[in-house]
Design a protein around this ligand. Sequence first.
Ligand code: ATP
Length: 240
Amino acid sequence: MNALTLNQVTFRYGKRLALDGVTLTIDAGETVILLGPNGAGKTTLFSLITGLFAPDEGQIEIDGQPLANTSNALAPLGIVFQAQTLDLDLSVEQNLLYFCDLRGIPRAVAKPRIDEALERMHLGDRRKDKIRNLNGGHRRRVEIARATLHEPTFLLLDEPTVGLDIPTRKDLISYLHNIPSQENCAVLWATHLVDEINDDDRVLILHKGKIQRDGLAHQLVSESNATDLAGVMQEVMDQS
Ligand code: ATP
């Protein structure tokens, strides 16, 4: 089953066309990187997938469930937005428990899952710290840990490495590349940074509201006149 299906999705802000007939599928457990310059339509796409806006045209399905007419269609989704959404005055553990309570996860189930998620994100020794006392990289890791606590089958990450220092970014990128093999969870990860992408990652290049390329990074390079993915991006921007 597909984790995500978009069929001819179009969205306008007033007269401004932000997404123009976007069609794509993401398989269960697949990681896909959504690459696009500022203004390409990445945030708009995420707003539609999370049900914040409804498409003007087209359909969206998550795990085979149409978003438009299923009240619990968002249940399999884990989300890390660009803006930080943790409570600064609660501890790491309290933030995670609060999320589990909201999702209706019983404490007996929540506690071992929190232990595991903190372990995976190398945050075990920070669990009692208030978010206010963590740096940006640690806060981001708490958000990613939180987004996996209800065991989503599809994780959306909107530019998760923005504002992080280089070592933290490197750590996080390698963790994000390993999510599907560890947890059988599909991932859609938006970025405008080509250096976050491995040769064998599937990449969607979004520009001017359209998917301009869809393929493995090394294939996109070999099918172009460019020598690397940055060159492919440039080619796309010059052509469209
Ligand atoms: P960034 O990386 O800068 O966040 P993005 O790829 O997420 O860019 P969007 O924010 O989705 O792009 O914007 C897509 C297009 O829609 C752009 O042309 C943008 O100017 C326009 N847009 C976005 N939000 C609004 C809004 N609230 N009202 C009008 N136009 C908007």
